[in-house]
Design a protein around this ligand. Structure first.
Ligand SMILES: [Zn+2]
Length: 411
């Protein structure tokens, strides 16, 4: 399937995300061959730039795009989503606006468990069709890599079904889909927590690992869902079966989630609204990436904010994700997540842009989120002339083109 070569010329700014900052090259040309970046160079130094297509050329062997007044950046990486589910939960949003809390709604049998009902009732094809439409919307916002969690089945059969949908989404080649087993999202109705943890460790995790359907194993660690000890048991079992640990940590109340992340060698810990300082220090020492979800904070009107000043001080790598899901955040747009991260959490513009690219890739243990020779050409061509506009223009979709492995997925 060798691709055309592609040349992005006259780019106002190319954000390569190499080094510690934006790795910006101004007035630059990006050359792509066979789906991979071969050169990023200031215009004057660019190598043999193929001429524009002429009559008589074999069709689409090469293509040149004039990127004057455009920032070009790596394809966006969304390291935390719950993309596959049945039904929506708009009525809960209304209840929450009327003052009910997340915990109250969950304890009343709403929340995740209502999505579980709708998801179990949906066919694999229905789940695929609705998730594909959402993935297309993400692509229009620049996403080229997305982590997708299961977690609305809460039984082995349905969790496998959700992960098969994730694999089918990956096969569409719109984005690289990184699958995560989140069987430990909630305790199913009528189950005892310790029985369910045993089902996870003895049946579900081995089945998912044997089918090769997940890279990560995740758990919703909260004192009232899976406590620190139960979360550790789930993640250790996942690791034993080759699944990399990751965790929902310290969102609703301090629950020791950051400590668990460090103890099990998690790739990342998400949410982190109320981590303990000891937990953050342990995360720093173990190299756990913090995945910030400021869209959820906005959507739920949560009182706490992730302590980013402390994370920065400790040298914790910070990534930013949408946390797209039907209950607590319906955001599909990574640029908006970056804006929230700046305005709500106090990230700098550079930190936010690294958070949705190179640092997000690090959270997923992928070599992505940069523009450099040899890497896949996952690129976003925007319609703004300066990188600051990417977080400054509220509600504006800056994406002109999304390119994955040298091919247009949105134009
Ligand atoms: Zn989540």
């Amino acid at each position: 399937m060798p691709d055309n070569s592609l040349v992005l010329s006259n780019c106002s700014q190319v954000l390569t995300m190499t080094g510690d900052g934006l790795g910006m090259v101004e007035n630059a040309t990006v050359r792509v061959e066979d789906g991979r970046v071969v050169e990023v160079a200031p215009a004057a130094n660019a190598g043999t730039v193929p001429r524009s297509a002429q009559p008589g050329d074999s069709p689409s062997r090469s293509q040149e795009i004039d990127c004057r007044n455009c920032v070009v950046m790596p394809g966006l990486v969304d390291p935390h989503t719950h993309l596959v589910f049945g039904g929506w939960r708009a009525e809960e949003f209304e209840m929450r606006l009327a003052g009910r809390t997340y915990k109250e709604i969950a304890q009343a049998g709403g929340g995740i468990l209502s999505t579980v009902k709708a998801t179990r009732a949906a066919s694999e094809d229905e789940l695929f069709a609705s998730a594909l439409a959402r993935l297309q919307e993400m692509t229009a916002w620049g996403t080229t890599t997305v982590e997708v969690k299961s977690g609305y089945g809460l039984d082995t059969e349905t969790e496998l079904k959700l992960l098969r949908v994730a694999r089918r989404l990956d096969e569409e080649e719109l984005a690289t889909v990184v699958p995560t087993l989140l069987g430990a999202h909630s305790v199913p109705e009528g189950s005892d927590t310790s029985d369910y943890v045993r089902l996870l460790t003895d049946e579900m995790i081995p089945a998912v690992a044997a089918a090769g359907l997940a890279k990560f194993c995740d758990v919703f660690c909260e004192n009232f869902v899976f406590n620190a000890a139960e979360s550790t048991r789930v993640l250790e079992a996942g690791r034993k079966h080759g699944l990399v640990p990751t965790i929902h940590a310290d969102e609703i109340e301090p629950s020791g989630g950051a400590e668990v992340a460090a103890r099990v060698g998690a790739a990342s810990a998400s949410h982190l609204l109320q981590p303990s300082d000891a937990g953050l220090r342990a995360m720093a020492a173990s190299g756990v990436v913090a995945v910030l979800l400021p869209g959820t904070c906005f959507f739920l009107r949560e009182a706490h904010r992730s302590p980013v000043a402390r994370m920065r001080e400790l040298g914790i790598t910070m990534a930013v994700a949408t946390d797209f899901n039907p209950g607590s955040c319906t955001l599909l747009a990574q640029p908006l997540a970056a804006q929230f991260a700046c305005v709500y959490y106090g990230l700098t513009v550079v930190e936010a842009l690294r958070g949705i690219t190179v640092n997000a890739a690090r959270a997923l243990r992928l070599e992505a989120g940069t523009i450099e020779p040899g890497r896949w050409a996952d690129l976003v061509v925007t319609d703004v002339p300066d990188y600051r506009h990417l977080v400054y223009r509220l509600g504006h979709n800056p994406v002109r083109f999304t390119i994955r492995r040298g091919r247009f997925t949105c134009r």
